[in-house]
Design a protein around this ligand. Structure first.
Ligand code: NAD
Ligand code: UDP
Length: 310
């Protein structure tokens, strides 16, 4: 297949490019390098079936010739990144999604959207099933990301209903692993970087809020399973193993052997209280479930962070 990965230089996108290349696909990554990096594509870049086109997909999508699939992962994803780029985040979810849907339509290609658990907002149902409509503050600071993804889902579904587009929507829950950027402010990357530097771990609020953490190779396997079917979704992709943020800090301290302390900072506005995917739909329709334990995934991520300059 000739596959376009928008956001291919990012954390998840670069692992996805590697996996698609490994199975024989031709891969074209589109990325404006706003939060991703060429370094993430070091292995992919050595492949003759790979190319990177530097562009802002909200403004232009310069892909020539027929393609078989378009995967849309382009978007700032960590809260500090999307809060610093509010208009760009809304643009890539709206205009970027429209341009990539049109690219796919030009070749009758399958379009896969990387949506997010954040469409459930601060969920009143637990765990979150795909039928749940969510609890999102439409004007709060996080809305630039949440509503951008909700609009992207609506636009993708409208193209399916009105234009018969072949679509698949993944609602991705918190994912971690090598190539997370140490300065991106996300919980696992921040805690590991702080622990390895010997700095205090910054727990926001009292640390009782929960997240469910999925290792990146599991997520990529789920995205490829979705790509290879005609399942429309939305389908939750995540690991139902749920931890409090304080537990995540403690597990990072244990796994790194760090003597860092824990300090408490203010909870960000609208920070969701609980989050855990119900993955019954992914299991039934894609035959997918995560297989990497938190111990193993955390050890691999720490090994990566030890190998880079922090
Ligand atoms: P990331 O920031 O590492 O990757 C996003 C990539 O998109 C970056 O390489 C960035 O440079 C690129 N990008 C951003 N705006 C762009 C634009 N206008 N044009 C072209 N490229 C652009 O984030 P990630 O964790 O790899 O997330 C990938 C996707 O998965 C995102 O869409 C994100 O919303 C979604 N997602 C991720 C998680 C997670 O936990 N990692 C959870 C839910 C959803
Ligand atoms: N968090 C934290 N300290 C940090 C970074 C994040 O306590 O240095 C918390 C954050 O408040 C949230 C959880 O960890 O409750 C997950 O945050 P992240 O930014 O990784 O992703 P989110 O799920 O909020 O998009």
């Amino acid at each position: 297949m000739r596959v376009v990965v928008a956001g291919g230089a990012g954390f998840v996108g670069s692992h996805l490019c590697d996996a698609l290349l490994a199975r024989g696909d031709d891969v074209i990554a589109l990325d404006n390098l706003s939060t991703g990096s060429v370094e993430n594509l070091k292995a992919a870049g050595e492949h003759e079936r790979f190319s990177l086109v530097e562009c802002d997909v909200a403004r232009e999508v310069p892909v020539l010739g027929a393609v078989d699939a378009v995967l849309h992962l382009a978007s700032p994803a960590s809260p500090p990144a999307y809060l610093a780029m509010p208009l760009e985040t809304l643009a890539v979810g709206s205009e970027g999604t429209r341009r990539l849907l049109e690219l796919a339509a030009g070749s009758s290609a399958r379009f896969v959207l990387a949506s997010t658990s954040e469409v459930y907002g601060d969920p009143l149902e637990h765990p979150q099933r795909e039928e749940y409509w969510g609890n999102v503050n439409p004007i709060g600071p996080r809305s630039v990301y949440d509503e951008s993804k909700r609009f992207a889902e609506a636009l993708t579904f409208a193209h399916h209903r009105a234009l018969d587009a072949a679509i698949g929507i993944a609602r991705i829950f918190n994912t971690y692993g090598p190539r997370l950027s140490p300065g991106d402010g996300r919980v696992v990357s921040t805690f590991i970087a702080q622990a390895l530097r010997g700095d205090p771990l910054t727990v926001f609020g009292d640390g009782s809020q929960t997240r469910s953490l999925c290792y990146v190779s599991d997520l990529v396997a789920g995205l490829i399973a979705l790509l290879d079917t005609d399942v429309i979704g939305p389908v939750n992709l995540g690991n139902p193993l749920e931890f409090t943020v304080l537990e995540i800090a403690q597990r990072v301290l244990e796994a790194t052997g760090s003597a860092s302390t824990i300090v408490y900072d203010a909870l960000p506005t609208d920070d969701p209280t609980r989050r855990r995917p119900d993955i019954a739909r992914a299991a039934a329709l894609l035959g997918w479930s995560p297989v990497v334990s938190f111990e193993t995934g955390l050890a691999r991520t720490i090994e990566y962070f030890r190998s880079i300059v922090l």
